[in-house]
Design a protein around this ligand. Structure first.
Ligand code: C2O
Ligand code: CU
Length: 485
């Protein structure tokens, strides 16, 4: 028997009314997570039910917003000890089909949550059981993989934290999920996909939030060594994340440990994660999380130090424990080139007739394709989808199990593309424009006219997606798949 998800930790006590207007908790019986933190759910042996459902939330003063959330409150943080099995039953209480993709997790193909590719979509009223043991500790993101512009745009997503990578425990561990919302004055949503946005850098939000609140104050212990888990949960916006008021070190990228280095700023594209270690200041002092991308930096959230200092002296963050991802054989492998381009052949699927199912129900081809009316983007000359879901387009690449995949992503467009591969962590070997240390990742920014070389051991059998994580690009063609067999 599954038990209903309930938040167990970090439910802060209400102190004043100030944060209420922006709380993401619904108007029901929820207590309000006041400290700027998300509700956390510790996963145990018994499965939990995560219901995907609509929930009116107040994000801005003008009116309520019909958000879509998992469980009781937006952006649940699921925590699991490494080695343990994840047991989540997705219950679909939406009016359209959905699924959960566990972004970045090197899990089994059948649990990857891609409709028509790894599972049938979960129809309204149906349940789907996700059961697998995530192999690597780290910070992950989960979200639907169908009609993603709308479903993610409405907020349907969460964080998955696999614990067990720390040599020494931190004094506190803070998840910061960044997401912008596209809202009209009355709180209703603006269109999630616009031709203008899809054809360029994506449609940007009108309201920027961290953990569902505009510029929240997040309480942290003073003089403490804390771990900050930054997740870019936005569909479009690339941030350039920096910390003011404390020295922060990067300790993991996309959940994978990296030799700690002092953070100046880190370019964080959609679905990318950045783990930071920092020593908080004395009580009353503040640390700001800032997006330096635009000429005018934007404060995304403020850490407010409280209580007696926990530590003194210098802080030199320890590296996280090494993960078990196999080292690719770069020298002995042939390079696959993947060209990211505008699509020459725009397909208008909206002109096609609905499909009639054996039981008489009609489904719109567009819905069944999980796509929108136009394809604007291509990988290696192919757009997604090309055909109905009963026929996958041919794979972009095929690998024998255990073979090293060595890939050069070539961006021939004037826009940045955060490219994501399912089922594997890859090593970012080199990039021709944006300087980055060699690091492991599952999503990598490919700057305009840039060439980025990545490699990984294709050791996880299955059909895996590769796509841009600017969701409007993904939904208008910049997606394909590769096979490991
Ligand atoms: Cu985060 Cu295929 O996606
Ligand atoms: Cu893109």
């Amino acid at each position: 028997m599954a038990q209903r998800a309930s938040a167990v930790t970090r439910r802060a006590v209400l102190a004043s009314g100030a944060g209420l207007a922006f709380s993401l908790a619904g108007c029901g019986s929820r207590a309000v997570a006041r400290s700027g933190r998300l509700d956390e759910i510790r996963l145990g042996d018994r499965p939990i039910i995560l219901a995907a459902r609509e929930q009116a939330v107040r994000l801005q003063p003008g009116g309520m917003t019909p958000a879509w959330i998992y469980g009781d409150a937006a952006f649940p943080v699921l925590r699991l000890k490494s080695g343990a099995s994840l047991a989540v039953d997705l219950e679909n209480r939406l009016k359209e089909h959905t699924s959960i993709h566990w972004h970045g997790v090197r899990g089994p193909n059948a649990m990857d949550g891609v409709p028509y590719v790894t599972q049938m979509p979960v129809e309204p009223g149906e349940m789907f059981s996700y059961r697998f043991a995530p192999p690597d500790p780290g910070t992950y993101f989960f979200h639907p993989h169908c009609n993603t512009s709308e479903q993610l745009g409405r907020g349907l997503s969460g964080a998955l934290i696999i614990e067990g990578d720390e040599e020494e425990p931190f004094d506190d561990d803070v998840v910061c999920l960044i997401k912008d919302w596209r809202l009209a004055k009355d709180g209703s949503f603006l269109p999630f996909l616009t031709l203008e946005g899809a054809g360029r850098a994506g449609s940007f939000g009108t309201l920027r939030t961290v953990n569902g609140q505009p510029t929240p104050d997040i309480e942290v212990p003073a003089g403490a060594n804390i771990r900050l888990r930054m997740i870019n949960g936005d569909s479009s916006r690339v941030g350039d994340i920096g910390i003011m008021g404390a020295e922060a070190s990067a300790i993991a990228i996309d959940g994978s440990p990296i030799k700690p280095f002092q953070l100046e700023t880190w370019r964080l594209g959609p679905a990318m994660r950045l783990d930071l270690a920092l020593r908080t200041p004395q009580a009353g002092r503040k640390v700001e999380i800032v997006d330096f991308f635009a000429a005018e930096p934007v404060v995304l959230a403020t850490l407010v130090a409280q209580g007696a200092a926990k530590r003194s002296g210098d802080f030199k963050p320890l590296a996280l424990k090494a993960h078990g991802v196999p080292e690719p054989d770069v020298a002995g492998s042939e390079m696959h080139q993947l060209k990211l381009a505008e699509s020459a052949t725009a397909t208008d699927y909206s002109r096609l007739a609905p499909i009639e199912l054996p039981d008489g129900r009609k489904i719109d081809l567009l819905d069944s394709l999980c796509s929108n009316a136009r394809t604007l983007w291509a990988i290696d000359g192919r757009t997604w989808p090309q055909t109905g879901h009963e026929h996958l387009p041919p794979p972009l690449m095929e690998f024998r199990k255990g073979e090293t995949a060595l890939i050069e992503l070539q961006n021939t467009t004037p826009h940045v593309h955060p490219m994501h591969l399912h089922g594997h962590s890859f090593k970012v070997l080199s990039a021709s424009k944006l300087k980055r240390p060699v690091h492991w990742a599952d999503t990598v920014l490919v700057m305009p006219d840039e060439r980025v070389q990545i490699a990984f051991v294709a050791d996880n059998p299955g059909n895996w997606m590769i796509h841009c994580h600017i969701v409007e690009h993904q939904d208008t063609g910049m997606m394909g798949w590769f096979r490991v067999a």
